[in-house]
Design a protein. Sequence first.
Length: 444
Amino acid sequence: MLRDWRSELNRFLVLIAVTTVVGLIAGRLTLFLLVGILGYLAHTFYQLHRLYSWLDKLPETEQDEPPEAKGIWGSVFDGIYRLQRREREAVNHLKSILNKAQESSAALEMAVIMINRKGNLEWWNKAAETLLGFRSEQDQQQGVTNLLREPRFFEYFESGKYNEPLQIPSPLNKKIILEFQVTLFGEGERLMLVRDVTQMHKLELMRKDFVGNVSHELRTPITVINGYLETLLDNRDSVAPRWIKPLEQMLQQSQRMENIVRDLLTLSRLETKALPKQQDRVDISSLLREIRGEAEQVFAAKQHAILLECEGEYFLQGSMSELYSAISNLLFNAGKYTPDHGKIILKANLVTTGLDIEVADNGVGIEEQHLPRLTERFYRVDESRSTDTGGTGLGLAIVKHVLARHGAKLEILSEVGKGSRFICHFPKERLLEAVPPQDVRASA
Ligand code: ADP
């Protein structure tokens, strides 16, 4: 480019020199100089005109080569041509990426919807039209909650908490169950993925029904077997001595089976039936007292010190029997997994977030790697210890379900050899009335 500049300058200087010499010879220097400069200007205007008309035509004829020119103009044309080619390649590359992204998202069975920070629709794929009935032209920039009017969706979308997906019937066909999962990106924008989970939902219902039915059907045979075994063992004298041990083992196992069936039925009820609208006003201090009394009887032989720390008066809204089952499961676990003469504390604490009910023991403890999986069905840290203690592996799954139904969360803290703490965090909304310890003492 620099070379071209120099040669263009040289050419101009040569032109001036030649016109000056010719002008001097002809005795008309000014005229010749003027003609020379005008000629140069005309040439420049001519090239500018070619450049302009080439650029003007470009969008229609992308392949058009630049006009031929020598010197600086040739470089300018080629330079612009190269830049344009590079830009065109970059645009084509981006277009092909965009096309591929659009084609692949169009081929998806899952609806993909982009929502701007105001909650309006920005872009969606073909599946969004089939699953949710969005229409390409009319619904652009519409508020997503205007188009999907189900109250549960509104609550989910506005809550801003998208850890768990939401399952609701499709707005187009109530028989189709859709799962919505929102992810935040950019500056307050949201990406919403929606898929048809009807089949999974049906299978899940079948599974729940199956477990419920099987457990229900097994209950009677097991009760009968248990009954006969108990009767036989009650009349040991009439049973041959060599049968006593096998009979005892049979009774132990059939009682275990009875416990498993009972827990499975409880779980199945918790999964299939919603919490009744009419709920109890559960007096927590008397509930804890009752559970502690029962645990003291059950674990009398282990001589634990079971302490109750609940001086305030707290009333939770919920199901009395479910809360009883959850907290007693935690306290009985503490009793089971704490060696004799252990110290177990059952307490309720008013906290800023609501009410915490805690069961703490100084028992065997649990290794950290097991903690996230403890509430899974049949998950046991130590199979033999759990079966020795009559465990079913379903207790904590029941606790988790009951707490979830009450809007509460379970926190587990534990250290091997030192003990465990199981804390149920109940939200403020569940607390009907709370009289803190100092007020209870003052009124006493
Ligand atoms: P299980 O009927 O086997 O006790 P759970 O669901 O109640 O089943 O508990 C799952 C597992 O968690 C138990 O097998 C046990 O290993 C462990 N666990 C529960 N509570 C305690 C506790 N207080 N201390 C130590 N381990 C516990």
